[in-house]
Design a protein. Structure first.
Ligand SMILES: *[C@@H]1O[C@H](CO)[C@@H](O)[C@H](O)[C@H]1NC(C)=O
Ligand SMILES: *[C@@H]1O[C@H](CO)[C@@H](O)[C@H](O)[C@H]1NC(C)=O
Ligand SMILES: *[C@@H]1O[C@H](CO)[C@@H](O)[C@H](O)[C@H]1NC(C)=O
Ligand SMILES: *[C@@H]1O[C@H](CO)[C@@H](O)[C@H](O)[C@H]1NC(C)=O
Ligand SMILES: *[C@@H]1O[C@H](CO)[C@@H](O)[C@H](O)[C@H]1NC(C)=O
Ligand SMILES: *[C@@H]1O[C@H](CO)[C@@H](O)[C@H](O)[C@H]1NC(C)=O
Length: 556
């Protein structure tokens, strides 16, 4: 298709950019047409190239309800391949739509790809972002919310309004410059230049437009996600407390917090009541665990407000022990119903026997003089053929080997790193314990696609089996991201019941870009449509399977 035709087609489709309709007997559909292009923004006062979606930075919000079918036709008007990932969306039976290099070919410049997925049995606050080429450093991320179905009770009163707050560190260097730095392998991208809230930073000189407004006496829901590249952020509302109600898809016990540590990739929903003197207040997000704290600010305005926000910014906590204690205060609300009518606590994860324990150690080292990050001594590289496609076309042997890392981790003291596609094979429906052990001095943030898991423990020191006696086996929150403090470990539990090829990664963009990720292959032995969908008919093929006819579909 020629560029001109592509553009005309896009123009035609954009006229009806968001549409909703219901086909009889099916869950409702939400349709989006997105034009991904470069644009210029100056969030820190310096003009820089950004990646926009339909001209917006951050990109448009997706407002969906459990079980909606979401169809997003993405037109790549960049000069580079592009891919979007839906962070925290489980894509039941459907890793084909996960938007990672292990499951999808990137969308070539000047072409489009239509994602089709269902937000099945999920509620909560999520976000999407570009998963390749350090594009996230340039934008193209946005909020994705999944509302509860009408018939399922939500454990708090309907808020007056529902706001999306995307916080993140920001660099004034372009994604291409940052990529060159990492590709050269000699140094890190170093420190960010600022912190943005919804793509902006308030100057605090009285000229700022408010990010959000609140009517006096009313309660608002704020959905907060850290969409940044590497910095953990502390978020707080000047003069107001937050009531935590949801975390990465689970209703939590509703504790009050003065501030929240939000690590890269994490999302929280809080309720804030406008119960203070009517004026402006700052919403503050500041970096944690790095020298020279960077502070991002936005204005919250009372509708009857008189007067500017006080210049005194509430102080952030210091040290990571505070953060660890905050993690321990997070609890699952056992009696609340989430996406399904049954209470969350009816799934008693604490009484299921562990069938496998996988220990994952992060490390960093130079390989042939270039910086690489690894898991259990293997630094992942993406083959040109997506791993999932290699598996589906029965060509895995030509593309990767399963299980090249050991569940026990690398031998004690070993620092060597090998470059290879890193694929772990897990038995369908096994209940598995994963330990993340961080022996480095920096904080880690881990994310698993396709699942949520029980974050049962984080502790300083080294893990050993006797530490299991300290796990929270009752009301740990089911979520999809977990931080690991320096010289500490974290433990998660999950049942691998979602067939597919799922990325497990460091959410820190440098670590991930330079190899700190792996894929978990979960195949149903039956290869049945009951357990996993067929490759979609609009699939983009690349690498070894480019131009090949699709294999015979899975049987029923
Ligand atoms: C897509 O975005 C590019 C860059 O802003 C613009 O030139 C083009 O007209 C847009 N296409 C449509 C159909 O809006
Ligand atoms: C989001 O969708 C819900 C359910 O359809 C609707 O009630 C709400 O008004 C929508 N919110 C926005 C901001 O569009
Ligand atoms: C590109 O957009 C057209 C027009 O909507 C659509 O028919 C086609 O399926 C899209 N291509 C892919 C690969 O999804
Ligand atoms: C938990 O959910 C229940 C049921 O929806 C609700 O009534 C209760 O207030 C919630 N408890 C806490 C501590 O948040
Ligand atoms: C779990 O393991 C224990 C000890 O090996 C065994 O007694 C018990 O029956 C197992 N429970 C289940 C549900 O398999
Ligand atoms: C993956 O694991 C399953 C179950 O343990 C096993 O049957 C299968 O042979 C393994 N596949 C590979 C390629 O290792």
């Amino acid at each position: 298709m020629g560029r001109l035709m592509f553009s005309a087609l896009l123009q035609f489709l954009c006229l009806s950019s968001v549409a909703v309709w219901t086909v009889r007997g099916e869950d409702p559909y939400l349709f989006f047409v997105w034009n991904v292009s470069y644009g210029t923004i100056s969030p820190l006062g310096v003009p820089q190239q950004a990646i926009l979606i339909n001209g917006q930075f951050p990109g448009p919000n997706i407002n969906s309800t459990s079980n909606n079918n979401v169809v997003v036709n993405v037109f790549n008007n960049l000069d580079e391949p592009f891919l979007l990932h839906w962070n925290g969306i489980q894509h039941r039976k459907n890793s084909w739509q996960d938007g990672q290099l292990g499951t999808n070919c990137p969308i070539p410049p000047g072409t489009n790809y239509t994602y089709r997925f269902q937000v099945k049995d999920q509620i909560g606050s999520f976000f999407y972002y570009p998963s390749i080429g350090l594009h996230r450093a340039a934008g193209a991320f946005g909020g994705l919310r999944i509302n509860s179905r009408l018939l399922i009770p939500v454990p708090y009163a309907d808020p007056e309004d529902d706001y999306t707050v995307l916080i993140g560190d920001w660099f004034t260097k372009s994604h291409t410059t940052l990529r060159k730095i990492l590709d050269s392998g000699v140094r890190s991208i170093a420190r960010p230049n600022g912190v943005l809230i919804n793509g902006k930073i308030a100057k605090g000189d009285g000229t700022d437009d408010p990010l959000f407004t609140m009517k006096p006496g009313k309660t608002y829901k704020y959905r907060i996600c850290n969409v940044g590249l590497k910095a953990s952020l502390n978020l707080r509302f000047q003069g107001h407390t937050m009531k935590l109600v949801e975390m990465e898809g689970s209703h939590t016990v509703q504790n009050e917090y003065q501030s929240l540590d939000v690590h890269v990739g994490q999302c929280f929903s809080v309720l804030v009541t406008a119960d203070q003197e009517p004026k402006d207040y700052y919403l503050v997000a500041s970096t944690r665990f790095i020298k020279n704290v960077l502070v991002g600010k936005g204005i919250i305005r009372y509708t009857n407000g008189k007067g500017p926000a006080s210049p005194e910014i509430p102080e952030a906590p210091t040290g990571w022990i505070w953060s660890l204690n905050q993690f321990r205060s997070f609890r699952w609300n056992l009696t609340a119903s989430a996406a399904r009518p049954n209470p969350q606590g009816s799934y008693r994860y604490g009484s299921i026997n562990i069938t496998r324990t996988i220990k994952l150690f992060n490390s960093v080292s130079k390989v042939d003089g270039k910086l690489r990050y690894a898991i259990n001594g293997v630094s992942h590289i993406d083959p040109e053929t997506p791993l999932k496609h290699a598996e589906y076309f029965r060509l895995s042997d030509k593309v990767f080997k399963y299980n090249i890392i050991s569940d026990e981790g690398p031998p004690e003291g070993s620092t060597s790193i090998t470059l290879a596609p890193n694929v772990v094979n897990v038995t369908f429906r096994n209940f598995v314990e994963i330990i993340f052990e961080n022996r480095e001095k920096s904080i880690q943030s881990w994310h698993l696609d396709g699942y949520s898991f029980f974050a049962v423990a984080i502790e300083p020191g080294r893990w050993s089996p006797d530490k299991r006696s300290n796990y929270n086996l009752l009301d740990a929150v089911s979520r999809h991201t977990i931080q690991v403090y320096p010289n500490s470990w974290a433990a998660i539990f999950l049942t691998f019941d979602n067939a597919g090829m799922w990325n497990l990664r460091s959410e820190l963009i440098e670590d991930r870009y330079l190899g700190q990720q792996l894929y978990i292959s979960v195949l149903s032995p039956a290869l049945s449509l009951r357990d996993e969908y067929n490759i979609p008919d609009n699939v983009l093929l690349c690498g070894l399977v480019k131009g090949m006819p699709l294999p015979k579909p899975y049987s029923i």
